[in-house]
Design a protein around this ligand. Sequence first.
Ligand code: CA
Length: 331
Amino acid sequence: MKPAVVAHRGASAYLPESTLPAKALAVAQGADYVEHDIVMTRDNALLINHDLWLDEVSDVAEKFPGRARADGHFYVIDFDLDEILSLGVSSRFRVEDGVAVPAWPDRYPVWRGRFGFHTFAEELQFLAGLEHSTGRRVGIFTELKSPWFHEREGRDLVGAVYDVLARYGYRTPQDGCRVMSFDGHALQRIRDGVAADAGVDVPLTQLIGHTIDHEVFEHRTSGEWANVDVDWMSDPAQVGAIAEYADGIGPDVAMLLQGGAADSGLHASELAAAAHAAGMYVTPWTLRADALPPGASSYAEVFDILSGEAKVDAVITDFPDLAVECRSASA
Ligand code: CA
């Protein structure tokens, strides 16, 4: 079975990430699924946005000066949906000396054209519209963005997402939705009750990152929120512990590779085989032609190892067109 192609935040190599045009292009390029991240607004709307904040892809700092938190970020959770929908959206940037510098210089330019934010429900309606007009199925990889953060803010992101999934008919493993999170506690909570309460039984993916990235925090009995150790998750010997509550793993693509140019060439690590042996699927993130994993020389080289040796079930990529091309080229 060749891997499914999952468009990371849409065809994000070509249009501003997460926007509906980026999703449309992904479908046009032949992606089987689109991936999206979900964050909650102050008035409990579910927004499609990668970050917990708005400032690296929008003009929030200009339109709402003074609304940043102490760390300088303008958090989605501090804005109502109508405020967020009034913002302009750009390709990702960082501000240096008052100037917007592109995060990806060779991708779609910053502040070119008119783009905006939209909600999770609007995304599902849009994809259903594309399914109707193209006659193709388009699945979703739905990432719960930092459930722990929403919990700390007194919100239930997980429950809200599951309500929307139920409302839009994503109820069984055959309905084309996989729910993902770096936050293993959230996945356990889904398995222990949220899913059944909502009547939504879709596969759960444990995303695997690095402890150093401070992606997941947990509430200790001492009252403090502490960074969670996640490095054990990429140890092939530990996949059984993940299989207790998840149906698959979504590791950093580099975790599925070993070796490299200086050695005997790049090969698959043991992680994918271990996960498959434990009955789990494997859907690595993120294959990028302009940011290849260490030791890799081309997009096609990495794709072929993931598809051939590692036998991954899906590839999450900013370049769905390249993945589709590599897939048709492979034997
Ligand atoms: Ca994501």
